[in-house]
Design a protein around this ligand. Structure first.
Ligand code: PGA
Length: 248
């Protein structure tokens, strides 16, 4: 049984004070639900959110991490630092990090392995660009990201990994993939996991769709068979919108 999982991705939005105000308003709206919910926020907000959501069941995630234990990596944050704050999740390989910050399948793989040594669950992002989709390469691209990103990760570890399918052309553009397009790729991802692991493992992995998810389209996306959740950017910045998506 896969529990639906909706995660917000705030990207580089919200100061600490704004995060505290969001948490206050969101807690007032949030009612216990069968859906797992989390917010992936800037590093500087994590402490505030972990404190604010303690005991509510609402999870907190980071948006990136370094793969080394420690070292001379100016500006980076380690897994241990995140664990100490008490975060539950960490996004790895978001397309914006691949595009602007030189994230590669190799660094995604190293980050996943480091996270999987401890309790933080990775949310691994995959997805094709519009050019790749138009050229008919979408499945090869996503399969490649999965094969390289998951190299050396055991079946047992794999069950802890959440995979977010985020077609780059649908992120922040208002142009959502149709539920059928999202379902087609999520079914392909599930099949790839069967090839790389086995049916039982593949069946347990939570697959999210991300890219312009909003209250108006959440239910048709969430009702697709292979889609177990959503990674929500813009619409997660407003408590009422995020709650409406969780309530799909
Ligand atoms: P969006 O972003 O919902 O604003 O399109 C999704 C994401 O990048 O995770």
């Amino acid at each position: 049984m896969r529990i639906p999982f909706i995660a917000g991705n705030w990207k580089m939005f919200k100061t600490k004070a704004e995060a505290a105000s969001f948490a206050y308003n969101f807690k007032a709206l949030y009612k216990g639900t069968d859906v797992r919910a989390a917010i992936c926020a800037p590093f500087t907000d994590l402490d505030v959110l972990v404190e604010a959501f303690r005991g509510t069941g609402i999870g907190v995630g980071a948006q990136n991490v370094h793969f080394a234990d420690s070292g001379a990596y100016t500006g980076e944050i380690s897994v241990q630092m995140l664990e100490e704050i008490g975060v539950d999740y960490c996004i790895v390989g978001h397309s914006e990090r691949r595009q602007y910050f030189a994230e590669t399948d190799e660094t995604v793989n190293l980050k996943l392995k480091k996270l999987l040594e401890g309790p933080i669950r990775p949310i691994m992002c995959v997805g094709e660009s519009l050019e790749q989709r138009d050229a008919g390469q979408l499945f090869d691209v996503v399969r490649g990201q999965l094969e390289k990103g998951l190299e050396g990760i055991s079946a047992e570890e794999m069950r802890k990994v959440v995979i977010a399918y985020e077609p780059i052309w649908a992120i922040g553009t208002g142009r959502t993939a149709t539920p059928e397009q999202a379902e087609e790729m999520c079914a392909f991802i599930r099949q790839t996991l069967i090839d790389l692991y086995d049916e039982e493992t593949a069946d347990e992995v939570i697959l999210q769709y991300g890219g312009s998810v909003k209250p108006a389209n959440a239910s048709e996306i969430m009702n697709m068979e292979e889609i177990d959740g959503a990674l929500v950017g813009g619409a997660s910045l407003k408590p009422a919108d995020l709650m409406a998506i969780i309530d799909f």
